[in-house]
Write a protein that binds this ligand. Structure first.
Ligand SMILES: Nc1ncnc2c1ncn2[C@@H]1O[C@H](COP(=O)(O)OP(=O)(O)OP(=O)(O)O)[C@@H](O)[C@H]1O
Ligand SMILES: [Mg+2]
Length: 408
């Protein structure tokens, strides 16, 4: 009988039964690592199995599950059975004799050196989504002891990854048990992760499905903007501010953004954003951006009467964007050519930079050269703001400032 009283989340119970292949895949924080760590200790103590913990790449032991095993040894209070050494853990099984737990990176192995693993009864591959086909092909016939087992825990990326093809493909190997585990299945799901999870669930459903539900990564290639970071900053005196506005009402927001160009960088430092804003209240909304009314601004040309109202109510320098057949694509390409730095106060700009996508072919899933017409209100405002700079032609001077020598 086992010396260990393992508390197992229900989702992993099928994996407690013997099987040559055991797999657990799913989103972050679903207790996959903790489950296999506990099972490893149990099999080491009760069965005296030698266990090799494997990753595709392991440059140092810090990248291994050694720390996790040490923590579980403490948690379960089974230090008596283990001698934790520098590079490995020696085991003293309850059934007598001596065993070992070792930690290996597959990329450090050749077809010859892998043979050193032939005597192991268990191989646990952590982060198995990164396992290469070569490594998988080397490993499977190496673990050959009678009743030996191969374990895989992973967060899926693509259906074409070797471990997914093997264990989730059309024909999984005989004697394999595979479970899907997500955070809902983890009775110990910690508060910090709960908050991280909820943040992604609100902001980015697609990312949420991939990161937290273990869905394959989809459409990340469809994101229009990958060239941006969120960072606190203040723009120096003398900065030329560029303002752009987009009109909406009930479904779409009315938006104004402020940005400035500095060489290859585009700084976005203020946004004004409101749903259902009456025209008479637009000047106040936009004046929440410092000195917005003093600078030239460029607005969506679809509402000349709104621009006229703004001109008469505090925004005399607001003009209409020039609509050309290619202004959308060229404007987006212009924004893509910068390293964009967004101030954290610009929440809606951040949302849209995250969510703005190209369309994808519903049949082939391939990304199309057509922009989706949603999550683009701040983006449109940014395009308008930069329209003058774009039409003036490149390259942008290193520091784009006005000459303030004549201003007193
Ligand atoms: N048996 C357990 N006892 C106590 N806490 C646990 C246990 N299993 C999981 N947890 C808690 O749940 C968290 C997530 O577990 P774990 O790291 O095993 O998940 P995972 O699925 O491997 O996540 P990731 O995909 O991020 O690697 C742990 O950090 C720990 O706080
Ligand atoms: Mg893990």
């Amino acid at each position: 009988l086992s010396a260990l009283q393992l508390e197992t989340a229900e989702v992993f119970e099928p994996l407690l039964k013997d099987a040559r292949y055991k797999g657990a895949w799913g989103g972050r924080g679903s207790a996959k690592s903790h489950f296999f760590a506990g099972l490893a200790l149990e099999d080491a103590i009760a069965l005296g199995e030698d266990i090799v913990c494997i990753r595709e790449i392991q440059r140092t032991l810090d990248q291994s599950v050694k720390k996790l095993l040490e923590q579980k040894i403490q948690d379960y209070n089974v230090g008596y059975y283990f001698d934790v050494q520098d590079r490995r853990i020696i085991t003293r099984p309850a059934i007598g004799g001596q065993g070992v737990i070792t930690f290996e990176g597959m990329q450090n192995h050749t077809a010859d050196s892998i043979k050193s693993l032939e005597g192991y009864g268990r191989a646990w591959v952590e982060e198995a989504q990164t396992l290469s086909q070569r490594s998988l092909d080397l490993l499977r016939p190496t673990i050959r002891k009678a009743a030996s087992q191969l374990w895989f825990s992973w967060n899926p990326r693509y259906a074409t990854d070797p471990v997914d093809v093997l264990l989730r493909g059309e024909e999984p190997p005989p004697d394999s048990t595979v479970v899907r585990a997500n955070f809902q299945d983890n009775p110990w799901f910690p508060d910090v992760l709960q908050q991280e999870m909820e943040y992604d669930r609100r902001r980015d459903p697609e990312k949420f499905a991939h990161v937290w539900l273990g869905e394959y990564e989809r459409h990340s290639e469809a994101r229009v903007f990958k060239n941006w970071v969120v960072e606190e900053f203040t723009r120096p005196n003398g900065t030329i501010h560029r303002l752009g506005a987009d009109w909406g009402f009930s479904i779409d927001p009315s938006v104004m953004v402020r940005c400035s160009i500095d060489g290859k960088r585009l700084y976005v430092d203020y946004e004004a954003w409101q749903l259902g804003c009456e025209i008479v209240h637009l000047p106040d909304l936009f004046m929440s951006i410092p000195e917005a009314e003093k600078w030239p601004s460029v607005a969506d040309s679809a509402r000349p009467e709104t621009i006229s109202h703004m001109n008469r109510h505090g925004f005399p320098k607001m003009t209409a964007a020039i609509k050309g057949p290619k202004s959308l694509d060229e404007g987006v390409a212009f924004l893509q050519s910068f390293d964009i730095v967004v101030h954290p106060r610009c929440r809606h700009v951040i949302d849209e930079l995250t969510l703005y996508k190209y369309k994808t072919d519903p049949v082939t899933n391939k990304v199309l050269p057509v922009l989706e017409d949603k999550n683009n209100h701040c983006i449109d405002a940014l395009r308008y703001a930069c329209e003058g700079a774009r039409r003036a032609g490149k390259p942008m001077p290193k520091i784009l400032k006005y000459d303030n020598s004549g201003i007193h």
